[in-house]
Design a protein around this ligand. Structure first.
Ligand code: CO
Length: 294
């Protein structure tokens, strides 16, 4: 007699690769880990970069990120601990604190600074770069501060707390929705031994980043400060089980499948567009908004 269950066997997205990232510094000497690096841009399209920073020593963050330009993509900064003050050439400014996010569409270009507003204690957070489709790379820059209370969250029956920064999870819409790239950005807090399942749209590239504790994803252990690139297999869900109290970012998006040309803070589709960005920057065109606001 066949006692095997005839129920459909659900398969989950497996871990294709674990990535620890590269220790580096950026801005005025801020120590950080570049988790998503340039060689992974094609694989993780539409995401261009993920930096993780967690510094106790003020010497490792106090310089912040003084004035620098951007063109052609979006930056998503998410703070866990500490405060950062933002200023840009469009005239926006804001204070980013623990649990808050900042979503900036750099579009045709701006100059901004991100400076710590604290002199001691932990500074921890993430900056994700999300590409813009070719048709939107030269849109007017825009910026949105998302205070902690404006990030929707829910707790599952299993006691898993989920903060929905972008996209949607289990019926809860996130703070930000985007056409074209359809980003999903979740911060998931799992008590030890608990599980969380998140559907991921077919064909979307997806990865996780564990920033506390250790988890098991479809049979693979993913430790603290590790990114797991999820295979684009037919299964549409990521299954996470906490080996100990853990916090994990789940990030996914629809690939743009367009050429990527990056030179530092400019991300366009061709080398010619990069040269144009450099010429425009040299000509002071990124500062136009500042002049207008004076
Ligand atoms: Co910047």
């Amino acid at each position: 007699m066949n006692t095997q269950s005839t129920a459909t066997v659900v398969e989950f997205r497996t871990v294709e690769r674990l990535v620890q990232g590269i220790a580096t510094s950026d801005g005025a000497g801020v120590r950080l880990t570049r988790v998503l690096t340039q060689p992974l841009q094609r694989r993780l399209d539409p995401f261009l970069m993920l930096d993780a920073f967690r510094n106790e020593n003020p010497d490792d963050y106090i310089g912040g990120f003084p004035d620098h330009p951007h063109r052609g993509f979006e930056t998503v900064t998410y703070m866990i601990a500490g405060r950062m003050r933002h200023h840009d050439s469009v005239g926006n400014s804001g204070l980013l604190g623990p649990g808050g996010a900042q979503w900036m569409t750099t579009g045709s270009g701006l100059i901004h600074s991100e400076l710590p507003e604290q002199e001691e204690g932990l500074m921890e957070g993430f900056q994700l770069w999300l590409n813009l489709p070719a048709k939107n790379k030269m849109v007017a820059p825009s910026y949105r501060d998302i205070p902690p209370a404006a990030i929707p969250e829910f707790t599952t029956e299993d006691g898993v707390r989920v903060r929905v920064i972008a996209g949607a999870s289990h019926g809860t819409a996130g703070a930000v929705q985007r056409p074209d790239t359809e980003p999903l950005y979740l911060d998931v807090h799992l008590p030890a031994g608990r599980r969380f399942v998140q559907p991921i749209a077919a064909g979307h590239n997806a990865f996780t980043y564990t920033y506390r504790g250790s988890v098991n994803i479809a049979g693979t252990t993913v430790g603290d400060r590790h990114m797991a690139i999820l295979a684009n297999n037919r299964a549409g869900e990521v299954y996470i089980e906490a080996s100990e109290d853990a916090r994990v970012l789940i990030i996914a998006g629809q690939p743009l499948k367009e050429p990527i040309a990056q030179y530092g803070p400019f991300v366009m589709n061709s080398t010619e567009q990069i040269y144009q960005a450099m010429r425009d920057y040299e000509a002071g065109k990124f500062e136009a908004a500042v002049v207008q606001s004076l």
